[in-house]
Design a protein around this ligand. Structure first.
Ligand code: NAD
Length: 457
């Protein structure tokens, strides 16, 4: 738990200006990188213990992503921090204009359990690069990774610069947010809790970034390359046992290729995870019994055409495909967040769109097609946080792209320079010389309308 005194200490440290210089920020980012690499193997063990992730998967989706984000920040920091020269309009000439990037103060970053390391530390990099003091609140549901992250942070940072707070979010976060005014709150997690965070932030007019979840549809058109689609969908749907915010939640498949796709998916799942996914090096586990019970509850919501085996003791749910799913079934209402893939056939775009529209503004929309026309039609038809064409989920790993949702899937974005911008205030500065001070700008105004209309147009 964080008492208010410790938050005030961060505020005092921030107010001292210590975190603002380029050299300080760069030094601290390097310290973070060294500490992460120092604990690389502890992280592998922890991520295996929490989610049964292999070191390879952990590198691609957690540690490696963080290192790449750190490298991008170290490379571009000076550039990001530099004041931006801006133009000046005729009305204000000969003034000069620029935009300063100022840190926001003491910011709070709240993480989820599914990518417990990457989703807490990647925003931290942006917040540090922008010169803030930071409170980190990891999820309490990935305890092994939580313990290693605490070490990574506390090994190299003082508690007045970065404070690591553990515990039950429903207790710890309101205690902080209701008693202290953060400069920004960056939250990743469910839409339900996102609304609670937004309400608390509103009370003190604290700006927020909300990285939420929802049902991300995946469309497979009749002209898609089915073999490639099956590999890419199986990879992203069943990675981390489906516990991925940008996993394809369900498939909308053109009826003419449905059977072909199901056959290809079955073959692919077998190749990726063998006949015994329970024992596969490449396959993860469900985080806890609560999530296990929730996901297995969906197994009866349709016809199982592949998978369906479970083992509660091992928190194992087999990669599973279900068909004949009614749009009113719970599996089509909730975000699945597990290794269950409903397949819904469509024949017209309107039919498919009606299914998607039940959950507007998804975090992601995926389209598999070989037609540019269809690609553009779908991108236009469904507003979403982000998209991949002939791929799923990987857009998240490109730090040149902003990552975030819209509407029910969130607000704001981050990654690379977008993280820096999220944690900075853009301050407009106009400087006016004193040698030019024409009377036209001052009363009396009578008779100057024509001139004003010429200047302001
Ligand atoms: P969650 O909302 O239960 O928890 C996230 C964080 O909020 C945790 O740190 C938790 O301690 C805290 N929390 C929980 N209850 C709270 C409360 N009442 N008040 C304040 N804080 C509280 O989410 P989760 O189960 O950890 O993650 C799963 C969800 O997150 C899914 O919906 C998934 O789609 C979404 N998600 C989104 C992204 C993204 O980048 N958009 C990434 C990962 C997960």
């Amino acid at each position: 738990m964080a008492d208010i005194t410790s938050l005030e200490k961060l505020q005092r440290y921030f107010n001292s200006g210590a975190t603002q210089s380029y050299s300080f920020r760069r030094e601290q980012l390097k310290n973070l990188k060294a500490s992460v690499l120092n604990h690389e193997h502890d992280l592998y063990d922890a991520l295996y213990s929490d989610l049964k992730k292999s070191p390879e998967e952990s590198w691609v989706t957690e540690t490696g992503m963080v290192i790449a984000e750190l490298n991008a920040a170290l490379k571009n920091l000076r550039n990001w921090m530099a004041p931006e020269q801006a133009g000046t309009n005729l009305l204000n000439l000969p003034s000069g204009s620029k935009i300063l990037k100022e840190p926001l103060g003491v910011v709070l970053i709240v993480g989820p359990w599914n990518y417990p390391f990457q989703l807490l530390i990647n925003p931290l990099i942006g917040a540090m690069a922008a010169g803030n003091c930071i409170v980190l609140k990891p999820s309490e549901f990935a305890p092994a990774t939580d313990a290693v992250m605490k070490k990574i942070i506390e090994d190299v940072f003082s508690k007045e610069y970065i404070l690591y707070i553990q515990g039950d979010g429903a207790t710890v976060i309101p205690e902080m947010m209701n008693n202290f005014t953060f400069g920004h709150v960056f939250y990743t997690g469910s839409t339900t809790v996102g609304k609670i965070i937004y309400k608390m932030a509103a009370e003190r007019l604290v700006p927020v970034t909300l990285e939420l979840g929802g049902k991300s549809p995946c469309i497979v058109e009749s002209d898609a390359n089915i073999k490639v689609a099956a590999r890419r969908i199986a990879m992203t749907k069943f990675s981390n046992a489906g516990q991925m915010c940008v996993a394809p939640d369900y498939l909308l498949v053109h009826a003419s290729v449905k059977d072909k796709l199901i056959t290809a998916l079955k073959e692919t799942i077998q190749k990726f995870f063998s006949d015994k996914p329970e024992e596969s090096y490449n396959y993860g586990k469900i985080i806890n019994e609560r999530q296990f019970n929730r996901i297995t509850g969906y197994l009866s919501n349709g016809t199982i055409v592949h998978g369906g085996r479970t083992n509660k003791e091992k928190l194992f749910i087999e990669p599973t495909i279900i068909t004949n799913v009614s749009s009113d079934a719970p599996v089509m209402k909730d975000e699945i967040f597990g290794p269950l893939l409903p397949i819904i056939p469509f024949t017209t775009t309107e039919e498919a769109k009606a299914v998607i529209d039940r959950h507007p503004n998804p975090l992601s929309l995926y389209i598999y097609t070989s037609s540019n026309k269809k690609e553009n039609e779908w991108l236009k038809a469904v507003p979403a946080g982000g998209s991949c064409v002939n791929n799923s989920s990987w857009h998240l790993t490109n730090h040149h792209l902003p990552f975030g949702g819209r509407g029910f899937s969130g607000m704001g974005c981050y990654h690379g320079k977008y993280s820096f911008e999220t944690f900075s205030h853009k301050r407009a500065v106009m400087k006016t010389p004193t040698w030019f001070d024409p009377d036209i700008k001052y009363p009396p105004f009578k008779g100057k309308l024509k001139l004003f209309k010429w200047v302001i147009r």
